[in-house]
Ligand binder design. Structure first.
Ligand code: PNW
Length: 470
């Protein structure tokens, strides 16, 4: 017994924030409305509709562009105190540059933010959730260092425009996943540059993040906002007791979370990534490493640029030491082989097994690796095909219980959670067949009617019951 009153274990700390998340391309629709520019997801799915099941795309989606007030209404009805959404870069800057500002796009996010605040909901805003203006992809997108300054210009405009109202900022949602669109094929621009495109784009994402943070410090610190990235990865468990497999667990962390978190919290890439990718690059007869080097100045500029830690957690993996995947590739560089424990319950997607204790473990791992940085769980949720909302409730109940253990028993500084997602939405290559929402959306109705699921009502009770108020 740690002497804490029982209430500490059943309630969340005072001020703990319950919220929900979405991303622009997944909910907004209005893909070309009122002067919006084309994103790499618009472009990919218009050129290759078969990329997504049933040729589905985000052209209309939940039509939050027109029905954002309905989103705010259900957020409020459930009792969420924060809403995490993303800004579509090409909606505000159609060609990606500040020489052409789309006022209708600026107004859209201003209206959304005002509607949230009027309803007592605090905005958490991501600047990049994967929808690059296609104009920038035409010269290489995140592979081209030129995109760094354009991102900073875009961020500058967003801070200037919304900074007095928005206190929580995320520069890049899941830089690992963004880089995966260059070093793989499962997200736009789907370049399949395995083991090269991922590291090169990741390098520019880190530069863009670092410069954006410094810009905020210099020009906008009077707003008092707090900046982070949303990091992702799976929690890793060793497949056996062998020292090799136990070492593979830390490597798994360094090659996923560490890839981006280490440079922004400790400076430069994790030593094990540097060592392994350099070694493989040399063995391949290259004269430079596939993992680029930062200059000393860049290391300094990028180090110390998150005020809090955005943690996306969905699932866990078993890992063992060994070589897998194509040569070269990030997976092969990491020298780990991943699998699932067969006892972990399945879900509506093959990559997600239900492992609530993994949330507690990853929170302690973040604390161990990066110290007492405040953590917000920026995504966590359960996918089905519309038939297992009861299991969604179980998923949240168990994950939130593990979160309290991380807080009270492990001393993790976790100040909130934004679940994925408030509404069913466009789940990338799974289209609308995979549903994460606690609110159902009728995709056959012109106004995309939103209706709380049981999990929505469950959350309404849960927040009311588990929140300590002043
Ligand atoms: C997230 N993993 O991606 C994205 O941020 C959302 O846009 C998406 O809808 C959601 O998950 C559900 O798929 C993930 O490695 C990428 O465990 C990687 C992982 C999890 C989620």
């Amino acid at each position: 017994d740690d002497g804490l009153p029982i209430a500490s274990h059943t309630m969340f700390p005072k001020g703990f924030m319950f919220g929900a998340s979405t991303a622009a391309y997944q909910v907004e629709g209005g893909w070309n409305a009122d002067g919006k520019g084309v994103s790499i997801w618009d472009d990919l799915l218009h050129k290759y509709p078969e990329y997504v099941v049933y040729n589905m795309n985000g052209d209309v989606s939940d039509d939050s562009y027109h029905f954002y007030k309905d989103d705010v209404r259900v957020l409020k009805e459930i009792g969420f105190q924060t809403y995490r959404f993303s800004i579509a870069w090409p909606r505000v800057l159609p060609d990606g540059t500040t020489s052409n500002i789309n006022q209708a796009g600026i107004d859209y996010y201003m209206n959304l933010i005002d509607e949230l605040i009027a309803n007592g909901i605090e905005p958490v805003v991501a600047l990049y959730h994967w929808d690059l203006p296609v104009t920038l992809q035409k010269f290489g997108g995140w592979l081209n260092p030129k995109v760094v300054d354009l991102f900073v210009d875009y961020a500058d405009l967003m801070f200037k425009t919304y900074g007095d109202k928005v206190k929580w900022w995320i520069t890049i949602n899941e830089p690992e996943s963004v880089a995966g669109g260059y070093g793989g094929g499962d997200a736009a621009p789907a370049l399949n540059l395995f083991g090269t495109g991922d590291y090169l784009s990741g390098h520019n994402l880190l530069r863009a993040h670092g410069k954006t943070y410094r810009l905020y410090q210099k020009k906008y610190s009077h707003f008092g906002g707090k900046i982070s990235m949303a990091f992702c990865g799976a929690t890793c468990y060793p497949a056996s007791d062998s020292p090799e497999d136990i070492a593979a667990v830390d490597r798994c962390f360094q090659f996923s979370f560490g890839w981006f978190a280490h440079p922004v919290i400790k400076g430069d890439y994790p030593p094990v990534m540097r060592e392994y990718v350099d070694e493989n690059s040399m063995a391949e007869g290259r004269d430079v490493s596939r993992l680029p080097y930062f200059t000393e100045e860049e290391i300094q500029e990028i180090n110390g640029t998150v005020d809090w830690f955005g943690l996306n957690y969905y699932t866990s993996q078993m890992v063992k030491a060994g070589l897998t995947d194509m040569d070269p590739s990030l997976n092969r560089d990491s020298r780990i082989i991943k699998s699932f424990n067969s006892s972990w319950p399945t879900s509506g997607t093959n990559w997600l097994r239900v492992v609530p204790q993994g949330l507690r473990l990853i929170a302690t791992k973040v604390k161990e690796a990066y110290g007492d940085i405040p953590i917000m769980v920026t995504e966590n949720g359960y996918p089905d095909h519309g038939e297992h909302d009861d299991l969604r409730i179980g998923y949240f109940e168990t994950h939130l219980a593990e979160l309290r253990r991380a807080i009270y028993e492990d001393g993790c500084n976790i100040f909130g959670i934004c679940i994925w997602s408030i509404i069913d939405n466009f789940e990338w290559r799974n289209g609308y067949t995979v549903k994460f929402g606690v609110v159902n959306v009728d995709f056959n109705s012109p106004n995309r009617t939103r209706t709380l699921k049981n999990s929505g009502y469950w959350f309404q009770h849960y927040i009311a019951m588990h929140k300590l108020v002043e």
